[in-house]
Ligand binder design. Structure first.
Ligand code: 9MR
Length: 336
């Protein structure tokens, strides 16, 4: 028997003896990576215990899919409702899972009263108060925050999106948001988060310019979250994703894949489509690992509860069975 065969036999024997297949959590932890998903209050629904079991077994980090958005926490000015968010945080912390806070400042989740503010000063104090109250409330239980989400425009040549109410606060509102979050919890890790910036393209150039400028101005930013809402035609290689992630790392910033899902084509869950989806997941995780990213978070748990459930984009099917995509992620984590 050759040395490598002997080693394989030994490892198989050990795995057999312990009876433990790797989980996403065990395989990711071995690579120094957090892995997880967005969850919702249905986590606590007794009718669906598989949901909570899957999260507790497979994930080391969770994000409240909607429960920490501005609308959810401060629907009325300066009246804070933490109930659902606190429940997710308590559930996770009791089980040793980390929590990513998502998201302090996002135009899409701003309640009507924010859109109705009239003066720069009113807008500035509203943002400052929201960030300060929320970050302080969760304190050490939430040490990672998406401070600003989706502020960069999709149109090349327009650095910031035009339809944001926050622009009223002044062109430096992003810098200020990070400074206020840092003041509320100096040990927290603070991220800029966006979609469509995974590969080398005009959008990622704009995000790059934004965060590079922030660093030059001494703004306390830890890293960039790449949402990674893609479909199964996505090519990590073809989009230059690894090179793109690396240029952010070269600025000294951390990188996380924060909302990963990979939709299937209209022909649905055929074996070939599921294999293609698995390959995309494998390539995404491999690219992330190759730049020493710190987390991979899928946007949901099972296909049925996804915001794009029709595309069956996640690692677990409607019944929480592991899909080929699950094997793709484990394979990447194990360097296969
Ligand atoms: O998945 C989320 C969906 O349930 C909400 O209706 C929607 C609006 O709040 O937000 C979705 O999550 C988004 C995330 O917060 C930011 N990036 C894009 C995600 C998908 O739209």
């Amino acid at each position: 028997m050759t040395r490598s065969l002997l080693l394989t036999a030994l490892l198989v024997g050990l795995a057999g003896a312990s009876g433990q297949a790797p989980t996403l959590k065990s395989a990711a932890t071995a690579r120094g990576l957090l892995i997880g998903g967005a969850v919702s209050a249905s986590l606590f629904d007794d009718l669906d215990p598989d949901y909570a079991d899957t999260v507790a077994r497979e994930f080391s980090v969770v994000v409240s899919e909607n429960g920490m958005k501005w609308k959810a926490l401060e629907g009325t000015q300066n009246v804070f409702a933490y109930g659902l968010a606190d429940a997710v945080v308590a559930w996770a912390t009791q089980r040793g899972l980390a929590v990513r806070g998502h998201t302090l400042v996002w135009h899409d989740s701003a309640p009507a009263w924010v859109y109705a503010l009239k003066t720069p000063q009113e807008m500035r104090s509203a943002i400052r108060n929201h960030i300060t109250q929320v970050v302080t409330h969760f304190g050490p239980k939430v040490m990672t925050w998406d401070v600003v989400n989706e502020a960069v425009a999709d149109t090349p040549g327009h650095p910031l999106r035009a339809n944001s109410p926050f622009a009223l606060a002044g062109s430096d509102y992003i810098d200020a948001a990070f400074r206020w979050a840092h003041a509320a919890n100096p040990a927290a890790r603070l991220y800029y988060n966006d979609y469509g910036a995974e590969g080398l393209n005009g959008k990622s150039d704009a995000v790059y310019a934004l965060v590079k400028g922030m660093l030059a101005r001494g703004v306390p930013i830890t890293g960039v979250g790449f949402q990674t809402h893609v479909d199964s035609t996505f090519s990590v290689e073809g989009t230059g994703m690894r090179t793109n992630l690396q240029r952010f790392r070269d600025l000294g910033l951390d990188v996380q894949l924060t909302e990963v899902d990979v939709t299937l084509p209209a022909s649905g869950a055929t074996p070939a489509n599921l294999e293609r989806q698995a390959q995309v997941y494998r390539d995404l995780v491999a690219a992330c690992l190759s730049v020493r990213c710190s987390a991979v978070v899928t946007w949901g748990v099972n296909d049925a509860s996804s915001w794009r459930s029709g595309g069956r984009p996640l690692l677990f099917d409607d019944d929480y069975a592991k899909k080929p995509a699950y094997g793709g992620v484990i394979g990447a984590l194990q360097g296969r």
